[in-house]
Design a protein around this ligand. Structure first.
Ligand code: SF4
Length: 392
């Protein structure tokens, strides 16, 4: 694929943001609105209104002849939607773009936000991959993070997911939480495996400014685990999950063979994707665009025609994005592709910048690919990427 084709390729992936949560978790800075513990799609006028506007945004896109291959409902908490609301959004996507018969349709769901009727309804609407926001298996940690669910909610929800038999079931866990010990982390990993998912995502906590955690804690200070402990947590996850037959296919993601997330691979391979909804990012015709993060502004933007007014990403940034995202994958980045798209002098330049890390064993060049080693290269990916950013 040359640069021109790259820029003009038609997205076959769509991200849809559902920005509602029962409460705001103390570490979260996502664009969401809090609806309280009692409201959900069936009862909340706010959610109904949002679905209206969201569908209006999608419906403003020109009809496309190449159907979507992946759709991802993220949030927020998409499992606060009623089945009818979800069906309506899917029908709008179908009408504009078409949906491939072998689509991967993912939905983020949180424990305690759905019952058997909802999960059956979501599956009936076409969802074939549930991404389950567990985060931790210790009551005290869930409370400390301001999560709206308990450990018993996790087990009850997992039973419902297994009952409807979806082909793909992913669990999210967070490491580096305040008061989290290595023993707790080991317990969470083992309990997650026990729930028989096909995929596990591991996130290391980042303290974001403007969040409750940002006010309570200083990165590196107690009760947050030390950097040394979080590195041990990363190594422990790698050891336990690969020991349970999960492939460490991306810096933060593990999958049983044949169960990688196709949608997220679109991002890591720096391919085009649509984004719909408040705060959602898209990458279409070479333009990266983030929608307004506040409800009123998002509604006004859709009302005014949902215009994407930004520049096409310049080739130097496309190269950095390709490296930054592609090096997250265990298989790495194709040097042939780099040569083809950006020229052989760029390939040489990259190899020169990475030489010290190749010598150190963090980066490997083999079979025409450039990749980080697991776990060392992954652990020091920030250092490697920082020098690419600085020198390219
Ligand atoms: S459930 Fe997810 S999106 Fe919602 S507040 Fe918590 S972390 Fe943020």
């Amino acid at each position: 694929m040359n640069k021109q084709q790259f820029v003009s390729s038609v997205p076959r992936a769509a991200y849809v943001h559902i920005p509602f949560c029962r409460r705001r978790c103390f570490y979260c800075d996502f664009p969401i609105s809090v609806v309280g513990d009692k409201q959900r799609g069936e009862t909340s006028a706010t959610i109904s209104r949002y679905v209206e506007v969201l569908c209006r945004e999608i419906a403003q896109k020109p009809v496309q002849s190449q159907p979507l291959q992946t759709i991802f409902f993220g949030g927020g908490t998409p499992s606060l939607l009623s089945t009818e609301q979800l069906q309506r959004i899917i029908a709008t996507l179908e009408e504009r773009f078409g949906i491939s018969p072998d689509v991967e349709m993912s939905m983020e769901i949180d424990p305690g936000t759905f019952d058997i009727e909802h999960i059956k309804g979501y599956k009936g609407a076409g969802v074939n991959r549930f991404s389950f926001g567990v985060q931790a298996f210790q009551e005290e940690l869930l409370r400390l993070c301001g999560r709206a669910h308990t450990v018993s909610d996790i087990y009850a929800a997992a039973d419902l997911i297994h009952f409807v038999k979806v082909p793909e079931f992913s669990i999210d866990l967070i490491s580096g939480l305040p008061n989290q010990t290595l023993e707790m982390w080991q317990e969470s990993l083992e309990k997650a495996i026990f729930l028989a998912p096909t995929h596990i995502s591991i996130y290391d906590l980042t303290i974001e400014p403007g969040t409750a955690f940002g006010r309570y804690y200083q990165p590196g200070d107690k009760p947050l685990p030390t950097d040394e402990t979080t590195v041990q947590m990363y190594r422990m996850a790698q050891k336990i999950l690969t020991g349970a037959d999960f492939l460490h296919y991306e810096i933060s993601n593990y999958a049983l063979p044949g169960h990688q997330c196709r949608h997220n691979r679109v991002y890591w391979e720096n391919r085009a994707y649509y984004g719909f909804g408040m705060g959602a990012a898209s990458y279409v015709e070479g333009k990266r665009f983030t929608r307004p993060r506040k409800t009123k502004e998002y509604y006004a933007w859709v009302e005014a025609g949902a215009v994407i007014d930004c520049e096409v990403t310049p080739p130097s940034e496309v190269l950095l994005d390709t490296l930054m995202l592609g090096l997250r994958l265990a298989e790495g980045v194709s040097l042939d592709k780099i040569k083809q798209e950006f020229g052989s002098d760029k390939e040489e330049e990259i190899l020169k910048v990475l030489k010290p890390y190749i010598n150190q064993g963090w980066v490997v060049v083999e079979a025409g690919k450039l990749r980080l080693t697991d776990p060392e290269g992954f652990l020091f990916s920030n250092v490697v990427l920082a020098s690419l950013f600085e020198k390219l």
